[in-house]
Design a protein around this ligand. Structure first.
Ligand code: G
Ligand code: G
Ligand code: MN
Ligand code: NA
Length: 253
């Protein structure tokens, strides 16, 4: 209960922070983008990971405000990097289903205007659950975001249970292959085939593909040999505080 009370005050007390995990191009080795991941710097408990407070924020009706904060903060950080002479070509922010309301598109537009960030820099990571609720409304909202120039990624791809038909109906730009497939691909021919097929399908649909959770050079080579061009995982870096992330970005400038 005290964690709930504390969470209510976390935003006004400036206790939320974003960590950044690089997304690396397998052809060039360059950091092409980053996923921004929320952390809570609790004054007594220290760093609290998202699995401990995102579900709570959803239950408490705070996720809308917190999620908007994350999008704004990520956009502001892109501009701060620019002031340091660092270009982050893309930043991905996770969107909760409860955040994806009728006013969401307007909020994203406002944030992009306020921060003067090129909309093509912003990528929203949606899970199947986010877009499958009211598919008609989702198609409209996603289309508006796409028309603004925002990129749209499906997170944890392959772990949902919806039909694949949404891939062609929704104006998506990227699939993120879930970490569980990347891990399994090491262990069996069948799982390797799944990963190969997902990459081929994404390419056929004109979608970018990011492999998540790449931890070993074997996984890296497997993905890149089968046409995967972007990877995200501990092999390169865990999600890190912004200053550490700047050090990863700097060699490319
Ligand atoms: O960084 P970590 O791997 O612990 O993140 C775990 C999960 O927490 C992520 O997969 C993501 O779904 C969720 N998460 C992290 N940051 C955010 C955020 O800013 N908004 C939402 N909605 N979820 C987030
Ligand atoms: O939004 P999503 O659930 O995809 O967030 C990615 C999560 O996966 C983050 O919590 C991040 O810390 C975690 N993650 C990223 N790379 C790796 C990895 O290589 N191994 C493991 N175990 N987790 C990872
Ligand atoms: Mn994600
Ligand atoms: Na994921």
């Amino acid at each position: 209960l005290t964690l709930e009370t504390d969470l209510r005050r976390a935003m006004e007390r400036d206790e939320l922070v974003l960590y950044y995990q690089p997304q690396v191009n397998t052809r060039t080795g360059a950091v092409e983008g980053a996923e921004a991941l929320m952390r809570w710097m609790h004054p007594e408990q220290g760093l609290i990971p998202p699995f401990r407070f995102i579900p709570l924020a959803e239950e408490m009706g705070l996720i809308g405000e917190m999620g908007d904060w994350a999008i704004r903060e990520a956009c502001m950080q892109v501009q701060r990097f620019r002031e340091q002479g660092l270009v982050l070509p893309r930043v991905a922010v996770n969107v909760s289903a409860l955040q994806f309301t009728p006013s969401f598109v307007r909020k994203v537009k406002d944030i992009l205007e306020e921060t003067a960030v090129d909309p093509s820099v912003l990528q929203l990571e949606l899970t199947e659950g986010v877009v499958m609720g009211d598919t008609h409304a989702s198609v409209n909202a996603l289309s508006e975001l796409r028309e603004m120039g925002v990129s749209l990624s499906i997170d944890d791809f392959g772990t949902g249970y919806s039909s694949l038909s949404y891939l062609s109906r929704f104006p998506l730009t990227e699939l993120k292959i879930d970490r569980s497939f990347v891990i399994a691909a090491d262990k069996s021919e069948e799982d390797a085939s799944l990963v190969i097929a997902i990459i081929a399908m994404a390419r056929g649909l004109g979608l970018d593909v990011v492999a998540e959770g790449v931890e070993t050079s074997e996984q890296y080579h497997f993905i890149s040999e089968h046409g995967g061009t972007v990877i995200q995982g501990y092999l390169f870096s865990a999600p890190v505080p912004v200053d550490e992330f700047a050090d990863l970005l700097r060699p490319w400038h």
